[in-house]
Design a protein around this ligand. Structure first.
Ligand code: AMP
Ligand code: MG
Length: 346
């Protein structure tokens, strides 16, 4: 089966063509980071306009690289949400137009669930098939969600952030430290030269038994520490702050993962997806914690960490396989109809 995926939820426009849900024939991404960098964050109005400029050329390029024609497609999968409404509308409107003009089923896909399928795309076929049930984390600029994934379409949300997302916290602290946008990769670079033990950090939500993440307290702690320093802060101190802060940001996730692992002993592995999953230190910390417990942690190929459309097509393929094309002929849905997704299966 051939599926084209379309993604426009935030600051990346992406189009990808997949055969049978796992073979990526083409995957094109146009990032807007440079357009938003001067503002220190994503500007929704700019994002929507950039998607509008990028989507048609990207679609043409993805289709031509895949070597297939529109008529050959079995379905179109598009990100329905969550995301920026103006940005989502561009991808959804484009996809609806394609579906109507070419008489194809249109599959509305949950972006956060799709991230988990993006991580599975980076695994060998045998591992991807044998890993469920697993614990899956989506750690990105907008989400810090932990799921129990029982089957390709059964996602049970078992923890999410009470306030800021992990990536959002990295980006905001990066900004406070005067690092470029987005802060996550820059904090990683500076942390590599720092001593994480040089500066004590509070351990957030450690004693709370409920499964929940929280990053606003850690952000405020960093903001107050930065405000107390004489400016400019010495280079080595910035490195140490980055190392200590980054370690605690990731330790919080690892602590909660460890609790979830004991609560769900049936799991066969852990999958970590989303932009923050690109961080090498995070990968090392997770492996070091779970390898001795005989649980493998899987991180996606870097190409599938951040937003991409291969993951949208991959989840769309599972939905099409399980429900059949007839379930996706009605186009009377919109980007506002996505909210039940968060608590129910896709
Ligand atoms: P996403 O929301 O999935 O597009 O991912 C973007 C988020 O990932 C931003 O918050 C980035 O700061 C973060 N990010 C990207 N690369 C890294 C990295 N190497 N280390 C930590 N965070 C990162
Ligand atoms: Mg993004």
């Amino acid at each position: 089966m051939l599926i084209i995926g379309i993604e426009s939820s935030c600051d990346e426009t992406a189009v990808a063509v997949l055969r049978d849900g796992r073979q990526v024939l083409s995957s094109k991404i146009s990032s807007q980071i440079a357009r938003h960098a001067p503002f220190g964050g994503v500007v929704p109005e700019i994002a929507a306009r950039e998607h509008l400029n990028a989507i048609q050329p990207l679609f043409d390029a993805a289709l031509s690289e895949s070597g297939i024609k529109i008529g050959d497609l079995d379905a179109i999968a598009v990100t329905q949400g969550p995301g920026l409404v103006g940005a989502l509308l561009v991808g959804v409107s484009f996809a609806k137009g394609l579906a109507v003009a070419n008489n194809k089923p249109l599959i509305p896909v949950d972006h956060v669930h799709a991230h988990i399928h993006g991580a599975l795309l980076g695994l060998s076929d045998s591992v991807a098939e044998s890993i469920l049930p697993c614990l899956a984390l989506v750690v990105s600029g907008g989400h810090t969600n932990m799921y129990l994934v029982e089957s390709p379409l059964k996602f049970k949300l078992i923890a999410h952030t009470a306030d800021d997302a992990c990536g959002e916290c990295l980006d905001k602290v990066g900004k406070l430290l005067g690092l470029p946008y987005p802060g996550g990769p820059w904090i990683e670079k500076r942390a590599a030269h720092g001593d994480p033990d040089a500066i004590p950090m509070p351990r957030m939500v450690e004693r709370k038994s409920r499964m929940e993440f929280s990053y606003s307290g850690l952000k405020t702690h960093m903001a107050q520490m930065i405000a107390r320093q004489t400016q400019p802060i010495p280079e080595q101190m910035v490195n140490d702050m980055c190392a200590a802060f980054q370690r605690e940001a990731f330790n919080q996730i690892i602590r909660k993962l460890d609790i979830a692992r004991t609560q769900h002993p049936q799991i066969r592995g852990i999958v970590v997806a989303g932009g923050v999953a690109a961080n090498k230190k995070f990968r090392e910390m997770a492996q070091a914690t779970f390898a001795p417990r005989k649980i493998e942690c899987h991180f996606p190929d870097l190409a599938y960490c951040s937003d991409n459309a291969a993951m949208i097509a991959a989840l769309g393929w599972h939905m099409l396989k399980e429900r059949g094309a007839g379930a996706f002929l009605d186009l009377a849905w919109d980007v506002y109809a996505r909210y039940p997704f968060e608590t129910h299966a896709t």
